[in-house]
Design a protein around this ligand. Structure first.
Ligand code: BES
Ligand code: MN
Ligand code: ZN
Length: 459
């Protein structure tokens, strides 16, 4: 259970009255002159995210008024946990338009803090939910916090080995099988592109291919793939400093995959689940892959490295080929793949790509249900030949004329992806600015919607 959400508390809990703007007048008509006056004095108008602590006779906090605005978006409750002082609270009233579980979810996501490197930090508020079964919601909150912790952890403390250890820990918890191919064994194991991208890193940061399998073989095979670049210097086509600054987050796809995998395993979804997580550092050394090098790939297609900074699609090429060997009914990949995705849609709206119309529609529906926005972009065939190489089967940096970098990256992946249902998510995994409930730094995207999709499809 998430530490932010409790089934019961042994201390007194403060009641929260969550009010939409439309409910405010009738609510204020039902309370004492004192509270009504206090709310007016403090300008409480139930605007989305407004928090007002109301005092009792002794001057201590007796209750909380929380504004829900138009009452349509439960995610405003992220701001509540970010703004409340430390203590235990319970929800006394909330607008009929909202679902209790969604509120709990938002409270849990909004209360996330990354304090690993802070000498002191406050425990923060907790929501007590007596009598409610919020097990599933708590698992989602917990999984998202794991992904965010991984993404926020600096590359110096989270390399490919640390990702492996986290994956091994998870496998142990859920009784999954795990196999890891490390360093030069990637060559004999036929993951040449994973090896090429990661081979320049120091030996204790050697590249590796992590494969975790869980669930009965009788269940449908679902494969999740995630980009695990623990740091992206850009390689020899080195990134400018501003761009490199955030590249500890380039394993965001891998963190998302572990989080989604954990949701699936923790809720015992009847699927045969495989997690494929290539974990590498895109480093610079005498052994680094060079611009112009031609790599082999697991699929057998040769890849010309036009730019060593387009490394994510290289490791995903091998991982997606592996996915196809597992007879998947569904393959999903998540990756912080391109800066172009952010240019197209900004940091809050990750694009997804699939040619499966039914899957596309279901992703959209489930994402909306989960209040976890995504936006479809096309696998536009007109840009496929922007990936043509003069000397190899394909190249990793598309011609400039095609411009749409997130689309051409997705088209590159499509060459390697299974022919059965496949969708690719080009996530940003980051809040560039802090808002109450959205701490700056790591953010999860798409996986809550995808969890809904997996639950709908397979349970
Ligand atoms: N990890 C980056 C993409 C990225 C950059 C994601 C900034 C989020 C924020 C990726 O490996 C990369 O460098 N992509 C290049 C590709 C280009 C060289 C073809 C990009 O997007 O510029
Ligand atoms: Mn890169
Ligand atoms: Zn990258």
């Amino acid at each position: 259970m998430s530490h932010l959400i409790l089934a019961a508390s042994d201390q007194a809990t403060t009641p929260i009255h969550a009010l939409g703007e439309a409910d405010l007048d009738s609510y204020l008509a039902s309370v004492s002159d004192f509270i009504r006056g206090f709310a007016a004095l403090n300008g409480f108008a139930a605007k989305a995210g407004q928090v007002l602590l109301t005092p009792g006779q002794d001057g201590a906090v007796a209750g909380v008024l929380f504004g829900v605005g138009d009452g349509m978006d439960p995610m405003v409750f992220r701001a509540l946990s970010a703004k409340l002082p430390t203590g235990d609270y319970h929800l006394k009233t909330f607008p009929d338009s909202l679902v209790f579980d969604d509120i709990v979810l938002a409270f849990g996501l909004g209360g996330y803090r990354f304090d690993r490197y802070k000498r002191s930090s406050s425990p923060g508020p907790r929501l007590v939910t007596p009598g409610a079964d919020i097990t599933r919601t708590a698992k989602i909150i917990e999984a998202c916090a794991l992904a965010r912790d991984m993404i926020n952890t600096p590359a110096g403390d989270l390399g490919p080995l640390q990702i492996e250890l986290i994956a091994r820990d998870m496998a142990k918890t859920f009784g999954a099988e795990i196999s890891v191919i490390v360093g030069d064994d990637l060559l004999t194991g036929n993951y040449p592109a994973v090896h090429a991208v990661g081979r320049a890193a120091a030996p204790d940061r050697a590249p590796r291919m992590i494969e975790m399998t869980w669930g009965s073989v009788d269940h449908p095979s679902v494969v999740l793939v995630g980009k695990g670049v623990t740091f992206d210097t850009g390689g020899l086509d080195i990134k400018p400093s501003a761009g490199m600054r955030q590249m500890k987050k380039d394993m965001g796809g891998g963190a998302h995959l572990l989080a989604l995998g954990q949701m699936v395993m923790a809720t015992n979804l009847p699927v045969r689940l495989t997690l494929l997580l290539p974990a590498v550092e895109n480093a610079i050394s005498g052994d680094a892959m060079r611009p112009g090098d031609v790599l082999n790939s697991r699929k057998g297609l040769t890849i010309e490295v036009g730019n060593t900074d387009a490394e994510g699609r290289l490791i995903l090429a091998d991982a997606l080929t592996r996915a196809g060997e597992l007879n998947p009914v569904l393959t999903l990949d998540l990756a912080t793949l391109t800066g172009a995705a952010r240019v197209a849609l900004g940091p809050q709206l990750p694009p997804y790509f699939t040619d499966d119309e039914a899957l596309a529609a279901e992703i959209a529906t489930c994402a909306r249900q989960a209040h976890d926005p995504v936006w479809r972009l096309p696998l536009w065939k007109g840009y496929v030949d922007a990936l043509d190489s003069d000397i190899a089967d394909i190249k990793n940096d598309s011609d400039a004329w095609a411009q749409a970098g997130s689309i051409t990256a997705a088209l590159f992946l499509q060459r390697f992806a299974p022919k059965t249902a496949w969708a690719h998510f080009d996530i940003f995994a980051w809040n560039p600015r802090a808002r109450p409930g959205w701490a700056s730094g790591a953010e999860t995207q798409a996986i809550r919607g995808l969890f809904n999709l997996l639950c709908n499809r397979f349970s």
